[in-house]
Design a protein around this ligand. Structure first.
Ligand code: TXA
Ligand code: MG
Length: 357
């Protein structure tokens, strides 16, 4: 398949390109597009054949549900029940309206009970639906041009880091889908926060830029899926969180502890690896750049700038793949604010391998 690539200037959007993308999605095709979190791989959420195509293009297991993206709060009632009696959490209608008011458009996905309009192909067989209104104007324009409902997972081949730059999307999706909208680099760099409102209490299934504290102002106490910490045998409730996503080709380990000890340990390992003809990569804060003696050292911003770490993390994991790194060590980062999402993705990429010094 030939994949059309359309460059769009976010400040001066060409409606003809959006219309072209919208027509492709209405006709059952697939279009990758930028959102503020990561690039998405979009198809018509209400068309079961489109959802099947998405799974095929990504090489993704079809029990892993897709997020439905909307551009207008008025579009919600067609796909999700807003009836209080369908939920255990009291006052759901009021809570969803207030969440939307505060966090949409933006990096928040809300799990609600689905209506019959949403095919099981889109929800991976579940009776619930994940909904998000992204803030990138290119995404919003494409959703409107496509009929209002785009199912979109991250636009990577299953198992690779989510795409945050256009070259990542082209690498993974060229030849597999109809069109790619090139909006340059995304802003945030890690996927949206997912909050589930279909159980007895609000639970975060995936941390993102919107934190539990942010949500707490509207939802009261917000819980975190215990499976995310890896300290239970229970499978995570977001089916996608059980797969080893975001995995670089190299063996990645997080090294935690006092920074002098961390540096000494990593440098020592890098020397041993080198004598075994293995290439070592390091992920660290800017302040430590010159302290490491490894094959390739990559910085993720100053130690007080976790937003920049989120922005750079997936690109760095892909760069290490391109450099054929054998072993990667990463420093651990403060889990405050978006740092929680960073550590969640890094820990998954490391397959939960953490050394505490
Ligand atoms: O930021 C984002 O959310 C990006 C952009 C493109 O919007 N999308 C994204 O989609 O990250 P994806 O498919 O890569 O991740 C969706 C996650 C998966 O872990 C999936 O299991 C979970 O959401 N999910 C979707 N629907 C669900 C549902 N009904 N119940 C529980 N988890 C659900
Ligand atoms: Mg994904």
């Amino acid at each position: 398949m030939d994949t059309l690539v359309g460059r769009i200037d976010r400040e001066d959007i060409d409606d003809n390109i959006l219309k072209k993308g919208g027509d492709i999605i209405r006709a059952g095709g697939l279009v990758a597009f930028p959102t503020e979190t990561v690039y998405g791989l979009g198809g018509d959420a209400l068309n079961p054949a489109s959802s099947r195509k998405i799974y095929e293009a990504k090489g993704r297991p079809s029990d892993n549900p897709l997020i439905v993206h909307i551009a207008d709060i008025g579009a919600l009632a067609r796909i999700a029940s807003m009836k209080d009696e369908d939920y255990s959490i009291p006052g759901i209608y009021d809570k969803v309206v207030r969440l939307a008011d505060s966090f949409w458009p933006g990096p928040l996905t809300i799990i609600l009970k689905k209506t019959d309009a949403v095919p099981y192909e889109t929800t991976g067989g579940l009776d619930t639906v994940a909904v998000r209104m992204p803030s990138d104007p290119i995404a919003l324009g494409l959703i409107s041009a496509s009929g209002g409902y785009i199912a979109a997972p991250s636009a990577n081949i299953s198992g690779r880091p989510s795409p945050t730059r256009i070259n990542h999307v082209i690498e993974d999706m060229d030849g597999r889908i109809d069109m790619i909208l090139d909006g340059g680099d995304v802003d945030i760099g890690v996927e949206s926060t997912i909050v589930d409102l279909t159980e007895d209490r609000p639970v975060i299934l995936r941390p993102g830029a919107v934190t539990a504290d942010d949500l707490g102002t509207i939802l009261g106490k917000v819980y975190t899926d215990p499976a995310l910490a890896g300290d239970t045998d229970k499978a995570p409730k977001a089916p996608g969180m059980k797969y080893r996503h975001y995995a670089p080709k190299a063996d990645l380990t997080i090294v935690k502890g006092d920074s002098d000890k961390v540096m000494a340990y990593i440098n020592e390992q890098a020397a041993i690896n080198k004598s075994n003809l293995l290439k070592t990569g390091v992920i660290c804060v800017n302040e430590h750049l010159l302290d490491y003696t490894a094959t390739s050292v990559k910085c993720v911003g100053r130690s007080d700038d976790r937003a920049l770490t989120a922005h750079k993390l997936y690109a760095i994991l892909r760069e290490f793949d391109d450099e054929d790194m054998d072993i990667i060590y990463s420093e651990a980062f403060d889990p405050d604010g978006i740092g929680q999402a960073v550590m969640n993705r890094l820990t998954k990429a490391a397959g939960h391998k953490i050394i505490e010094l």
